[in-house]
Ligand binder design. Structure first.
Ligand SMILES: C[S@@+](CC[C@H](N)C(=O)[O-])C[C@H]1O[C@@H](n2cnc3c(N)ncnc32)[C@H](O)[C@@H]1O
Length: 222
């Protein structure tokens, strides 16, 4: 945990419940050990959506659809979410959850590998939520930047891996070493990409918030 556990517990205690169906879907996901967005990150996401008012949202990593349903509650009227998932066991659960929440008209689930699916997408997205395999963010990044509208927002979750990405490589399991080094590469690229302005925030599991600069802004700086 990056932030003191007591502070996290205190912040969670202040949260106001969502609708009954959203609470139920979250509970079922947690009971089934499905990795879903943490409470404090949910809260940040809701504020961002109300500020940015994105009409076109892309999510990489639907799992059972919890965060997509939550986002659909906070996007503006007329908004649409496209979400990608490749785990066959989770896909039918996500589809059923969209129906249970009455959101099947606002959320489109695309099945398949995120990188392959992203390559087939066109048009700009105002908001992209990156929440799939952590070691693959660096691979998705060029597609995410291509698909992001000027002044669009990219929110990447779990970027600090509970703080483990700064641990010595010897203190980390071999499998995680690769994920962590790829994540450090991703964060470096986010911070140094001239099309993006990025802030890395050490709460939840670590998030990176990036905004795509307008073309004229990019030119002014170079
Ligand atoms: C952290 S979970 C997503 C949680 C979800 N956003 C939420 O908060 O409710 C990550 C999901 O990404 C999916 N995933 C991992 N690699 C993927 C890939 N290459 N293509 C598509 N989905 C992938 C996993 O199967 C998993 O369900």
């Amino acid at each position: 945990m990056i932030v003191d556990e007591r502070i996290v517990t205190y912040i969670h205690s202040l949260e106001v419940p969502e609708s009954e169906i959203i609470e139920r879907i979250e509970q079922e996901a947690l009971e089934g050990h499905v990795p879903i967005i943490r409470k404090e990150t949910q809260s940040f996401l809701k504020v961002l959506l109300l500020m940015k008012k994105p009409l076109r949202i892309l999510e990489i990593g639907a799992a059972v659809g919890f965060s997509a349903i939550l986002m659909s509650e906070y996007m503006p009227e007329g908004g649409h979410i496209t979400t990608i998932e490749n785990y066959e066991k989770r896909i039918p659960i996500a589809r059923r959850n969209f129906e249970r929440a009455g959101r099947e008209g606002q959320i489109t689930l695309l099945e398949g590998d995120a990188y392959e699916v992203m390559k087939t997408l066109d048009g700009f997205y105002d908001f992209i939520f990156m929440d799939a395999a952590k070691g693959q963010y660096i691979q998705y990044m060029p597609e995410a930047v291509r698909l992001l509208a000027p002044e669009g927002v990219l929110l990447s979750d779990n970027v600090l891996q509970d703080g483990d990405i700064v641990e010595s490589r010897f203190a980390v399991e071999r499998r995680n070493r690769t994920i962590h080094s790829r994540m450090r590469e991703y964060l470096y690229e986010l911070k140094h990409n001239e099309q993006l302005q990025t802030s890395i925030l050490p709460f939840g599991d670590g998030i990176a918030l990036s905004v795509k600069k307008r073309e004229d802004k990019k030119d002014e700086e170079s």
